[in-house]
Design a protein around this ligand. Structure first.
Ligand code: AKB
Length: 316
């Protein structure tokens, strides 16, 4: 990767990935884009930033030409809970943006990354040690767009030789930018509320296991996957990745080691609970380990310690 364009750069992944890419590849080689332009974000003030609506193919093409990019990192998408509330918008944005980005990657021979998700699985998928290649019949619009994205990635690779790469991200936990409307968001909110109120009411029920990962591991793995030799990649679109399989009460116990009086209660949201129950408990990440050396550094204990420290530094 030498010159990289990123869409959705102000989102949960984008805001940390953009900063890291600028450190690794140089500020002049990272073109951050998003549909809005807040003046107080480092993503906007600390490097190249362009407003881009990913459904506007002409503008996207102008930027690819203007900056002569060689890599496309496409992050702009609606997350699972919002997509369930606005399924048509989710299809238009998630698929419209993706096909525009893939077409440009074909036309200009760009290396391409877009995230898939554990949401690409559904109730018929094996729940534990979910294999890399298995049944994918998701029951959410988010999942439908993610499976379609995986298939399109394979299609553009096989048909046109575009160097497409992807991972199925689990819930991502970060202290920098809040996620916008996902099913796994409880695992981020809980840390903020633990510090603010010493209590949290979870919208996901006790005993509901989902895969999760700390954002520093997610950012590292994107760079690692993108730098891996192409001929090593068999399961390109998309690799199972996860750092931990946890339920709300596991996070409760981990927080209580630092804040002994922290209290967790439950007020379950049927929509997000239904989505969570349609997803795996714990996915098998062997293919990612074997094909490009995936190896996350943070488990629940290490992540909890760092989350609480970083949030306190932010004045939460
Ligand atoms: C969501 O909950 O929608 C996302 C995801 C797992 O893709 N965090």
């Amino acid at each position: 990767m030498k010159k990289i364009i990123i869409t959705g750069a102000l989102g949960q992944i984008g805001s940390e990935l953009t900063i890291r890419l600028r450190e690794v590849y140089g500020k002049e080689n990272v073109i951050a884009t998003d549909i809005r332009q807040p003046e107080d974000s480092k993503v906007v003030t600390d490097g190249i930033f362009e407003i881009l609506d990913v459904t506007d193919a002409d503008h996207m093409k102008d930027l690819v030409e203007q900056y002569e990019v060689d890599t496309f990192i496409h992050l702009a998408a609606l997350l699972s809970a919002v997509a369930e509330a606005k399924p048509q918008l989710a299809w238009d944005l998630n698929m419209g943006g993706l096909i525009n980005a893939l077409e440009l990657s074909r036309e200009y021979d760009l290396k391409f990354f877009t995230p898939s998700s554990i949401g690409a699985f559904g109730p018929q998928t094996p729940k534990d040690q979910t294999p890399q290649v298995t049944i994918q019949r998701p029951t959410t619009m988010y999942g439908v767009t993610k499976v379609s994205g995986e298939l399109l990635g394979d299609y553009y690779f096989q048909k046109f030789g575009v160097d497409t790469r992807s991972v199925r991200f689990p819930g991502l936990i970060s202290y920098d930018t809040l996620p916008g409307g996902g099913t796994t968001d409880y695992a981020v909110d809980i840390y903020y509320e633990a510090l603010k109120n010493n209590a949290y009411t979870s919208f996901i029920d006790k005993g509901t296991y989902m895969d999760m990962m700390y954002m520093p591991d997610a950012v590292d793995l994107i760079i690692q996957l993108m730098e891996a030799p192409s001929d090593q990649l068999v399961n390109r679109n998309a690799y199972n990745v996860s750092a931990m399989s946890i339920a709300p009460e596991d996070v409760e116990k981990a927080i209580q080691k630092h804040l002994p009086d922290f209290k967790l209660s439950y007020d379950v949201d049927p929509v997000r609970q239904g989505i969570a129950e349609s997803w795996p408990n714990a996915i098998d990440t062997t293919a990612a380990q074997e094909e490009w050396g995936f190896s996350p550094k943070y488990d629940l204990e290490k992540m909890t310690e760092d989350m609480l420290k970083q949030l306190k530094n932010k004045g939460i």
